[in-house]
Design a protein around this ligand. Structure first.
Ligand code: 4AD
Ligand code: MG
Length: 463
């Protein structure tokens, strides 16, 4: 007999069917009339299945006292129509096998609500809770929907390197990768000779796969990378991780408007898929995490994103009544409070800001003729702020070289990137979406640390 997932039973199971199920006990109640109720969950869906098991069932008398919250069991039985409300079927168990006990004195997940902060300290058990089980399933659906969106439109999936010797964003917030003996270097107090290092030069974990994606976009066509990225920013906020996943599509022959259009349809398509495929989990989030969640997501789906230039947005922020902690001037970057004002208070919907000052954006963005701005675009959404950052890329060799000089970058170190402008250069564009920020938007979770299975932030790399 093959084991069947509880999600499948709850969806399609018919009374009279024989079933074999395994999972973790959420609760057990013993009735005076010589049988027990077990609420069993196997993580395949939010709902538990109710098992009714008589005291003459095989294994009952030896094991039932150890069938406590958190214990793992296998049960054989038959589906019965359920008299209880909220469920169609239940299992009448005729044998129970105890796989693993869970000591009630020490098992951390007893049947009460735990704070998300506490659950972060037990990341090995938190996916067994309703909230984190739901986040794992929704995140999975999002990842699948991302691949589906691009695959259906003929994008090629490209794997870009995790170890790199170039700094794409030029912010210098990179984790170094080295096999040099740091203790010995500290003793000697000499300059580091990177030629002696593993790769013969200074190497780091990537902050973005974009530069390499551009190579493939200008050879095999529309492509995307989807992988882990690393940033050594010391930002302890609810929207920053040191290790996060980014999806980066890169498209030849796309100008900024095409890029904006793709970004908008991409976000809508992924949210649409989650609303369709994760109904039970999404209703849970709407009930327990954020009562306006489904409404917010519907609103995102139904309305066109507002497109506003950076310059217009600055004017708007300067003219509004709201007092901000950080003053805003043309030439400064928007803070989270400004982004939230635009999306939550002013426009009440996602906003695409474009044409940012060149001084606050990386070297690769295409320069506008005004001599001041570049063809950048950020997609801002309610509650999160920036969810996508992208741009049209500078495809003109001479302009790119000038920009690199301006940004203090050595074109020789980026010789292969510059070469793409020397041989068959084409207009092209792309963007990066932070997966965990999208999970945050879709689930309504307030802290990004709860939107990735294993959280990496400053001073925190356990599990
Ligand atoms: O705006 P960013 O820095 O853009 C790039 O890296 C470009 N190379 C992308 C491209 O054009 N191909 O980052 C893109 C997105 C942000 O909008 C945000 O959603 C996410 O990545 N992100 C982070 N997410 C979590 N923690 C962090 N520390 C993040 N930094 C950026
Ligand atoms: Mg950005």
């Amino acid at each position: 007999m093959t084991r069947i997932r509880i999600a499948n039973i709850l969806k399609d199971g018919k009374p009279g069917e024989e079933v074999l199920i395994s999972g973790w006990v959420r609760t057990r109640r013993d009735s005076k009339n010589a049988f027990s109720f077990i609420e069993l969950n196997d993580g395949s869906c939010m709902s538990n299945i109710q098992v009714v098991i008589d005291n003459d069932a095989e294994g009952y008398s030896e094991h039932i006292k150890d069938v406590t919250t958190g214990a793992s069991v296998t049960i054989k039985g038959e589906l019965k129509e359920s008299p209880g409300k909220g469920q169609r079927v239940e299992v009448q168990g005729n044998s129970i096998q105890l796989l693993g006990t869970a000591d009630a004195k020490t098992y951390a997940l007893q049947k009460k609500r735990h704070s998300f902060e506490f659950l972060r300290e037990i990341a090995h058990l938190r996916p067994r809770t309703n909230t984190f089980g739901a986040i794992a399933r929704v995140r999975n659906t999002i990842c699948f929907a991302i691949h589906q969106f691009f695959q259906e439109q003929g994008f090629i999936s490209v794997q870009t390197p995790i170890i790199t010797t170039s700094d794409c964003e030029g912010a210098g917030e990179m984790f170094q990768v080295t096999t040099l003996n740091l203790n010995r270097l500290a003793e000697r107090k000499t300059e580091v000779d990177y030629e002696q290092d593993f790769f013969g030069k200074r190497a780091s974990l990537t902050v973005s796969g974009q530069l390499e994606a551009e190579i493939f976009a200008t050879s095999v066509g529309k492509c995307y990378t989807f992988g882990p990225t690393f940033r050594a920013e010391k930002s302890n906020t609810t929207r920053h991780l040191s290790e996060f996943w980014m999806v980066e599509p890169e498209m030849p022959f796309y100008e900024l408007e095409d890029n904006m259009e793709l970004a908008e349809s991409f976000i809508k398509s992924v949210i649409g898929k989650v609303l369709e495929d994760c109904k039970e989990d999404m209703e849970f989030f709407n009930l327990r995490i954020d009562k306006t969640l489904l409404e917010t997501l519907q609103n995102i789906m139904e309305n066109e994103f507002k497109r506003v230039s950076y310059t217009e947005a600055i004017q708007l922020l300067k003219d509004c009544d709201q007092k901000f902690e950080y003053p805003i001037e043309w030439g400064t970057d928007l803070q989270s409070e400004h982004e939230r004002y635009l999306t939550e208070t002013h426009f009440k919907q996602p906003v695409i800001l474009y044409d940012y000052p060149r001084t606050i954006k990386p070297f690769y963005m295409r320069c506008n003729d005004d001599g001041k701005t570049v063809r950048a675009m950020d997609v801002l959404v309610p509650r999160i702020g920036e969810i996508i950052g992208g741009s049209q890329r500078e495809e003109r060799l001479d302009v790119l070289l000038d920009r690199m000089k301006e940004c203090d970058l050595d074109p020789e170190e980026y010789w292969w990137y510059v070469d793409l402008r020397r041989y068959g250069s084409v207009p092209h564009s792309g963007f990066g979406l932070g997966l965990e920020r999208l999970v945050q938007l879709v689930t309504g979770m307030t802290n990004i640390r709860d939107c990735i299975p294993f959280t990496r932030t400053p001073k925190n790399a356990d599990f």
